[in-house]
Ligand binder design. Sequence first.
Ligand SMILES: Cc1ncc(COP(=O)(O)O)c(C=O)c1O
Length: 484
Amino acid sequence: MAESWATFGRDLHLDLTGPGGVRAALTRALREAVRTGRLAPGTRLPSSRSLAADLSLARNTVADAYGDLVAEGWLTARQGSGTRVAHRAVPHPAAVRPAPPERDRRPAYDLRIGTADVSAFPRSAWLAAGRRAISAAPNDAFGYGDPRGHPVLRAALADYLARARGVRTEPARIVVCAGFMQGLAVLGRVLRARGVREAGVESYGLWLHRDVLRRAGLRTVPLTVDEHGARTEELTAHRGVRAALLTPAHQYPTGASLHPDRRAAVVDWASRTGSVILEDDYDGEFRYDRQPIGALQGLDPEHVVYFGTASKSLAPGLRLAWMALPGHLADEVAEVKAAGEWGTGTLEQLTLAEFIACGAYDRHVRAMRLRYRRRRDRLVAALADRAPHIAATGIAAGLHAVLRLPPGTEPSAIEAAAWHGLAVEGLNRFRYRAPGAPPTTPPAEGPDALVIAYGTPSEHAFEGVLEALLRSLPGPVQAASDGS
Ligand SMILES: Cc1ncc(COP(=O)(O)O)c(C=O)c1O
């Protein structure tokens, strides 16, 4: 018998199974709760009458169990103050494990993959939007809701995406999801169910996303990435490929934007072959040198699934993302999503809808764009000053930069960064690998570089991060002497 105890303002799970009858089981369960710290010293226990009522036991059984534990010194019973957990040295769970050795500490700064600077999360504006949205929400907003997402959010997103990203859609074609990862997983399943077997992916990209497609049963086919983005013309050489996952606005992680000729060609390929392009627009709002590049989806809404996310614009902890789907996919995607993970919390959705509608989303993005651009400029200036042999590329947009290193120095630069308390990822980590291939490959396979998520640290930490990074970078390669 497992019971939940909810009588004195807190729940305590007591497992009353085991040998020796109910009194022994209750005594054992309470002793364990005290011993492991789940019941803190000084905690007042419920009266034997109310605990007995909660657990459907005889009052005497509880009184006897309390008596046993008082006798053992785990509890104290005093006239007027009831039964309490005794003040005695109880090992805290954390104290049981030995402290990690000094070298195993987490890095002071983590510049891997990259999130928004979450210290800048607009807490007050978000709370204000939430208060307004939840106060005004009708009762049915607290029900299960629509697996496609709340209509109010889908309407706000359709407006925003058309205005800010050039997406051509309507609320009925938008599906809200718990992050890009979930949306991609659902799309992968839908495409596989439709008979798609192979998907093109960029030869540099996030391994997590390749794995999502593979888990959906799709074989991934790498497309070469160069300074103009993915070589989408390679798709025509793979007759079985009927889907392509791309990051057109800002290739992840190299930072290239897809060349206009390739944009046109890939859309042409999709409509000619009846294929689907999955457009991952993860940081499309953050472009610094000119207007953000519009979404590829705008060129052909019937063959491109547009994915946006709040992970870079607000915070990944929200787990809020959205897809704008071709008409022929919208219902099926909603059905597959409903059959699996259903939805994202409606209250967060309504808050985001209000956040967008009142202009706070635009204000936040504009403020963050300025902040990230300043950081990027500081990084570029610091490199020019202290490590002019290292170029930062892919920096016209986004929250990360690629620092090109002298050949063969990527592994040692990662180690040096770790020594300075910085966790960084090398470019080779993002290279396409066949399923099951080892995570590390000889640096000779691709150019040596570090992917630096300069957007992640909080503002006050950035100076320290920059200094540690500069100290980690390899020096210039000495020109070989010709001996003359
Ligand atoms: C390339 C890329 N795509 C998409 C995302 C967003 O993923 P999610 O919405 O699951 O947090 C990220 C991470 O922010 C990313 O780096």
